[in-house]
Write a protein that binds this ligand. Sequence first.
Ligand SMILES: Cc1cc2nc3c(=O)[nH]c(=O)nc-3n(C[C@H](O)[C@H](O)[C@H](O)COP(=O)(O)OP(=O)(O)OC[C@H]3O[C@@H](n4cnc5c(N)ncnc54)[C@H](O)[C@@H]3O)c2cc1C
Length: 405
Amino acid sequence: MSVAAARAPFVLPRAHVDIAVIGGGIVGLCTAGFLASAGCDVMLLDAGGSAASTANAGSLHVQMQSRFMRLFPDRVAGMERQLPLYPKAVAFWKEFERALDADFELKVSGGLMVAETPEQFEFLVAKSRRERELGLATELVGRDELARLAPYLGPHAIGAELCANEGKLNPLKCNAFVRAWAKRAGVEIVDRCRVDALASAGASRDAGFTLTTAGGALAARRVVVAAGPGARALMAGVGALLPVDPEPLHMNITEAVPPLILHLVQHAERSITLKQLSTGQVVIGGGWPARLAPGSAYPVVDPDSLAGNLALAQFMVPALAPLQVIRCWAGLNSKVDGRGVLGEMPDVPGLYAAVPGDAGYTLGPLSARLVADIVLGRDPGEDMTPYAPDRFAHERVAFSGAPAV
Ligand SMILES: Cc1cc2nc3c(=O)[nH]c(=O)nc-3n(C[C@H](O)[C@H](O)[C@H](O)COP(=O)(O)OP(=O)(O)OC[C@H]3O[C@@H](n4cnc5c(N)ncnc54)[C@H](O)[C@@H]3O)c2cc1C
């Protein structure tokens, strides 16, 4: 590339589109892909900042994560309302892999949430009972059965909750396949393009929207905001409240070893997820905090989390102790109220929220399909009431916007 070309100012490829999707994580890519596959004219704009979809652990979650229950007890009711969507979301990932003729390295080999004390096991007994009432297939396993199922666990494990339809995939492979599919479907993807402001294009309800970017303005008849923690500031531009907050999280991956860990492993009380990729590396994460770099919204590793996460991992699976950690990183998760926010914004026709909720990579493609159906005026085939953005209407009184992410 010549120096002149490298310095050429960035210009949007065109000034009008029918549907603009803001955010190129798993939800934005899938929503845009589903809409384009249905024949819509779609442009996707992505800032190119930190996306949870490129930083996540690739765990396919179904059972309630003890971490969320412990940290956000006030959100448990919200999480329970979304719980029935999780097994459907895992099934949807499988269908999606088949439909794209892709290899996501997807394996549904079950998830174990491990207890090390009788109190932790009692917690799992109550959790499992509640989850079964809500329609999940979970069961409890005692010490002997656990030793047979998961001989890699250390001697402290006394039992576990087993959820057979949990699993894992390789998010980097998925992102690449999904992006290629969206492009093939006709989505015009504009990378490194931050939408600085979103505004209504006129006073009438069907005036559409204006998106301001460094490459010029874009007029869109409809807009889907799939911008993770960036969604709050964008929605504020049209006077709408979407109270999504950034949650910086820590991740690690080890060198490759022969098959060792068969399940997605979690702990009944402590923050951890462990799983082994088909390539042999062990991915260790589960909610240890990262930091935001001073004066920025970019997540950076916190050394305390590196030490704590790895110490817990090798305590639970002693065979991990001699392994080299080859990489650690930080990512930015999105937190709302335990549930996704999926649908048209109240009082702003043509503007849609697409924020998947906790374990949002698991929920990503299905959430995107539900939002795409709503945009298309199709029946999504799910009761969308739990995910409707109008549940924040009462908070708007205190609403004062938030800094951009
Ligand atoms: C470390 C970590 C581990 C995780 N592990 C798991 C897991 O194992 N399993 C699981 O199910 N979930 C996991 N999650 C959660 C999951 O990754 C996210 O919920 C999911 O990826 C969210 O996808 P998204 O498309 O909504 O948002 P993102 O992937 O965050 O994408 C949002 C995109 O919007 C762009 N954007 C933001 N603002 C603007 C703007 N103004 N203009 C243009 N673009 C903008 C951003 O640059 C970004 O690319 C994890 C998250 C983290 C951080």
